[in-house]
Design a protein around this ligand. Structure first.
Ligand SMILES: NC(=O)C1=CN([C@@H]2O[C@H](COP(=O)(O)OP(=O)(O)OC[C@H]3O[C@@H](n4cnc5c(N)ncnc54)[C@H](OP(=O)(O)O)[C@@H]3O)[C@@H](O)[C@H]2O)C=CC1
Ligand SMILES: N[C@@H](CC(=O)OP(=O)(O)O)C(=O)O
Length: 345
């Protein structure tokens, strides 16, 4: 039996990726699309300026977009994916969950709240237990879970592999982020061509806090955040998709580059429809991963690493993931699959 799902913010960059990934999904059937009041009442074809590289699905193109309001979404929709601007999500997401909807949200609002699961299914699926806490505390009938920021999700799987094997103490990271991360209208061509912008508002703080929560331990009542010291520096560069990051990770145990690579190669994936067979691909070539060549590995859901070097207290390496697939739409979809697998739908 398929689960009827809706997408909030369906006309946006992440919303379009969600539709591309949900349309052929074995377990989910698209039943509601919402956007702003200027799109409501239009067909999806009219409302969305479709910019994904695969054609707009015919059946979805003819659906009518509705306002982002719980009264506009049919009651038999069981799961909502939210890709709203965070300022909008902050206002409207709780209203949907109070109404009983289960929501997998990509928006940054509430990500570090104590009772909101922030999950990467391959890394910390047990944090879903916070749903019982949020239901008790907020009196919600539905549930809300979040996926992390796209830069955070790129580095956390390799860091989780190191932490599990050797204990993580300090992390320093510098990013080279694609323009799609800012949304279609985020950075103008005059700003980014022949250039690099060493500022992405709020991104450094998100990487520093979200990674500590993701790597934390859920004790049945709350998540004890990881005490690794994380510091980030974020930069926008003129690639279209795929965030590349240079990471310095210090560990409790002394390790070699081969120890680090082995831990990442062996880090387990999870058996969900959208998860890659192998979560982390380790490149031997020193000049990989690269955004254009490697972002689409395993349908855009794999994290790639390479360029290992030994440092005084750990290792340095580079990592890459597709920011709108593994980093946004695919991350929300995986969380939806986890909710289904764990019986929340
Ligand atoms: N782009 C990326 O790589 C990533 C984005 N994100 C996050 O995902 C979210 C969406 O990003 P993105 O898709 O790029 O954004 P877009 O601006 O492309 O899309 C925003 C969507 O929200 C809708 N919307 C805007 N205002 C309102 C409103 N007042 N009420 C209801 N709906 C509204 C828009 O509808 P309409 O078309 O009618 O205006 C559109 O569907 C953001 O929170 C972003 O930070 C996270 C990770 C990566
Ligand atoms: N800030 C990210 C994308 C993004 O929207 O992140 P968040 O989901 O944390 O709002 C980037 O520019 O690449």
């Amino acid at each position: 039996m398929t689960v009827r799902v809706g997408v909030l913010g369906a006309t946006g960059a992440v919303g379009q990726r969600l539709i591309q990934m949900i349309d052929p999904h074995p377990d989910f059937e698209l039943a509601a699309l919402t956007a702003s009041s200027s799109s409501a009442g239009k067909s999806y074809r009219e409302a969305a300026k479709w910019r994904v590289e695969t054609p707009i699905p015919d059946d979805v193109a003819e659906m009518t977009v509705v306002a982002t309001d719980p009264d506009e979404v049919p009651d038999d929709v069981d799961l909502l994916f939210s890709s709203l601007p965070s300022s909008v999500g902050e206002d409207v997401e709780p209203a949907f969950v109070e109404d009983g909807y289960v929501m997998s949200s990509n928006s940054s609002n509430f990500r570090t709240d104590d009772d909101i699961p922030l999950t990467i299914p391959e890394v910390n699926p047990d944090h879903l237990g916070l749903i019982e806490v949020q239901r008790d505390e907020r009196g919600w009938d539905g549930a809300m879970i979040k996926n992390p920021n796209c830069s955070t999700i790129t580095m956390v799987p390799p860091l989780a592999a190191l932490d599990e094997a050797f204990g993580l103490t300090d992390v320093r990271v510098s990013t080279l982020q694609a323009v799609s991360g800012a949304g279609y209208d985020g950075v103008t061509s005059m700003e980014i061509i022949d250039n690099a912008i060493p500022h992405i508002g709020g991104e450094e703080q998100k990487m520093e806090t979200e990674s500590q929560k993701l790597l934390g331990e859920f004790d049945g009542a709350e998540v004890q955040w990881h005490d690794a010291d994380v510091a980030a520096s974020c930069n926008r560069i003129p690639t279209l998709d795929g965030h590349l990051e240079n990471v310095w990770a210090d560990t409790e145990e002394d390790i070699t580059t081969e120890d680090a690579a082995e831990a990442m190669r062996e880090y387990e994936s999870i058996d969900l429809p959208t998860s890659p067979d192998q979560l982390i691909h380790v490149f031997e070539e020193p000049d990989r991963p690269q955004p254009r060549l490697d972002r689409m590995r395993d349908d855009g859901m794999q994290v790639s690493v390479g360029g290992f070097r030994e440092t005084t207290d750990g290792v340095q390496f580079n990592c890459l993931a597709h920011n709108t697939m593994r980093g946004a739409a695919g991350a929300s979809l995986l969380n939806g699959e986890l909710l289904l697998e764990e019986g929340y739908l």
